[in-house]
Ligand binder design. Structure first.
Ligand code: GTP
Ligand code: MG
Ligand code: NA
Length: 457
């Protein structure tokens, strides 16, 4: 009935897979945007979020009507983009833990690569249903583009040689999945969606198969997600990013997985100087079908319903930590209790800090990238003396300089995706503290490893 229909929430889908399989490009195709080409090094280094209202999805699935009569009951679909680079296991873990269903993107010309296998493990562990986008069909030699067509019509228009190449790639892929313990089948021949993984051949560049992919996601979430999961209930929200926006000050980008957020809500979140309790000043979203992580003209809302990505403007967000949960103080809640709950998220990270007080200093833009850096240093067996989030100031370098007398070789800082201010840089130069800085995480790793090797020689 009408009342319950209104209470349905939008499902969340994460896109996972090895680096450069075409995850962001697929989203660009759905959005008609160019986010991928604007990325540093052409790689994704943050979790993204894009909300598609249901009428937009219906339009994109128009070409499916030749084969089926799609029914859409949910208000929309939130798609989470994740990085495929090996350094961002933590962000893939976060993305997959946030979602109800996933798209595993496989480059049909490369098979199952390292981070695709890792993603499969994450999906298995989380018992998350997924479909496979077998991407880059347009790279088959001789492929004639049929832009934005459903995949069956597009395949029917190809030469025999293209069809033969396609079939052999498809069969090879099915074998690879079998090796991983999964039966799989191209989705329109799949008679048992709950046991057999569906494969959707796609091109993110010419758009074939993208309507099929959207159709299938909606079909599966509506028929296979339990009713429970489909309804709006208790608030669940995770901070993806902390960003300074001109005119708004420090804001947080949040994935609202369940529940309703209102302007004026009292919220509690994790801060680098302790828990933060503040009041929502504004709830902002990008236009429909636009990436939350890209700056745009925001729409302001009195309330927002799950699932979607929302930018929150509020006082005192300067020290908010990406990756932490966001809680809302309800009428029966004790704000102090919620502060304790939320700070438990940080304790894991602080465990990586060496108790002896000896080690290097690490500074990053998000909790997620900080985790990645700490994992890396652990593997390298390099102790960490302190961790920090956000820009590097002189006081951070001064803290690091205490190592000069204790263990000179550890008097260094690893800084990912953060600014180092002038005073900090001058102080470091004058005192012989080495600062490693990069906005591509594996460049930072490479540079640091090279330095370590040179030191040993
Ligand atoms: P990460 O986020 O870094 O893990 O990569 P990604 O999976 O998001 O891949 P991305 O969208 O960055 O695409 C990688 C490269 O492959 C880009 O040069 C794209 O233009 C290209 N590409 C992606 N999908 C397709 C496709 O379907 N066909 C063709 N021909 N090229 C594609
Ligand atoms: Mg990407
Ligand atoms: Na890429």
């Amino acid at each position: 009935d009408a009342a319950s229909q209104k209470d349905l929430r939008s499902p969340i889908c994460a896109i996972l897979g090895h680096v450069d399989t075409g995850k962001t490009k697929l989203l660009d195709n759905m959005r008609k945007t160019n986010v991928q080409e604007g990325e540093a090094g052409g790689i994704t280094q943050q979790i993204g979020a894009t909300y598609f209202p249901i009428d937009m999805i219906e339009k994109k699935c128009e070409t499916m009507r030749a084969y089926t009569d799609p029914q859409f009951n949910v208000p929309g679909l939130l798609i989470i983009d994740t990085p495929g680079h090996e350094s961002f296991t933590n962000l893939r873990t976060r993305g997959s833990s946030l979602c109800n269903i996933a798209i595993l993107v496989v480059d049909m010309h490369h098979g199952l690569e390292q981070q695709t296998l890792e993603s499969i493990r994450l999906l298995k562990d989380g018992k998350t249903p997924f479909v496979v986008a077998l991407n880059k069909v347009d790279r088959i030699f001789g492929w004639e583009p049929v832009p934005n067509s459903n995949i069956r019509d597009a395949l029917a228009k190809q030469s025999q040689s293209v069809q033969a190449q396609f079939n052999s790639r498809l069969e090879a892929t099915k074998l690879l999945f079998a090796e991983q313990g999964f039966n799989s089948e191209v989705y329109y021949k799949n008679k048992n969606m709950s046991k057999v993984v569906s494969i959707v051949p796609t091109s993110a560049v010419t758009g074939e198969g993208v309507p099929d992919l959207l159709y299938l996601l909606l079909e599966l979430t509506q028929t296979r997600m339990s009713k429970q999961l489909m309804y709006l209930s208790e608030l669940e929200a995770t901070i993806l990013e902390v960003k300074v926006v001109e005119g708004l000050g420090t804001t947080i980008d949040v994935v609202l997985s369940n529940g309703i957020l209102h302007e004026g809500d009292r919220i509690v979140l994790c801060g680098s100087n302790g828990p933060i309790a503040t009041t929502v000043r504004a709830l902002l979203t990008p236009q429909p079908a636009r990436e939350l992580r890209i700056k745009s003209a925001y729409i302001r809302h009195k309330e927002v319903k799950a699932a979607l990505g929302v930018k929150i403007s509020a006082p005192d967000l300067e020290h908010a930590i990406a990756g932490s949960r966001l809680l809302v103080v309800g009428p029966d809640d004790d704000e102090e209790d919620l502060k304790d709950d939320v700070m438990d998220d940080m304790s894991g990270l602080l465990d990586s800090v060496d108790k002896s007080g000896e080690g290097v200093c690490v500074q990053a833009s998000t909790l997620g990238s900080l985790e990645a850096l700490l994992d890396f240093l652990k593997q390298m067996k390099i102790p960490v003396m302190s961790i920090g989030l956000g820009p590097v100031h002189k006081r951070d370098v001064m803290r690091c300089s205490t190592m000069l007398e204790r263990k000179r070789e550890l008097a260094l800082m690893l800084c990912f995706d953060v600014k180092v201010d002038k005073d900090a840089e001058l102080y470091a130069n004058d005192n012989g503290i080495k600062i490693f800085q990069a906005d591509i995480i594996y460049h930072l790793f490479d540079e640091f490893e090279k330095y370590q090797k040179e030191m040993l020689e």
